[in-house]
Design a binder for this molecule. Structure first.
Ligand code: S3P
Length: 179
């Protein structure tokens, strides 16, 4: 069967979900929106979903409930959101092993690989991400630690540094259509 499709529990053919993973600032949300726009795929972003569901923005969840609780919300969200064409995940989705299982069972996981320097440029003025709001040494060490996890969680990798959002979407469609 074409890699874009799977059989659901009733034996019916259904499209596999494309999960976008990668570090903060790697463009997961923009790429998801582009896939929705250009290929008519239903799209959701786990961070947005969590913010709406709990009526709090992410920095407030981190501050009031802590990172561990946020990770619990992320695990539940990923398990609940199964019928989407594309799901953009938060950069920390790889922090919990069970998310690997959820993505593996339900779709194809694409790692948007972006260099640390490119991320530094993109998130230069960003203050909305609690785990980015720290010293450059801590940012770099989180980046290095995560890089290995993204690789081991993913089915395919797209290096994004020199590509536009539209080019990345095209590359993803090509990868997921391979037999
Ligand atoms: C996080 C990344 C963020 C958000 C939260 C934690 C992380 O998502 O989920 O701030 O642990 O890397 P983005 O990758 O969309 O910035």
């Amino acid at each position: 069967m074409n890699r874009r499709f799977k059989k659901n529990m009733k034996g019916m053919i259904q499209m596999k979900t494309i999960y976008l993973i990668g570090f903060m600032g790697s463009g997961k949300s923009q790429v998801g929106a582009s896939l929705q726009r250009n290929y008519n795929l239903s799209f959701i972003d786990t961070d947005n979903y969590i913010e709406k569901k709990y009526s709090k923005d992410i920095p407030t969840i981190f501050k009031e409930e802590g990172e561990d609780q946020f990770r619990v919300y992320e695990i539940e969200t990923l398990k609940n959101l199964k019928d989407y064409g594309v799901i953009a995940t938060g950069g920390g989705i790889v922090e919990r092993e069970e998310n690997y299982q959820t993505m593996k069972e339900n779709g194809t996981t694409i790692y948007l690989k972006t260099s640390f320097d490119a991320i530094m440029m993109r998130l230069k003025y960003d203050q909305s991400r609690p785990l980015w709001n720290q010293s450059i040494e801590e940012r770099r060490s989180l980046y290095e630690k995560r890089k290995k996890k993204y690789t081991s969680f993913s089915d395919e990798v797209v290096c994004t540094d020199t590509l536009t959002v539209e080019e990345i979407s095209k590359a993803i469609m090509k990868l997921t259509q391979k037999e």
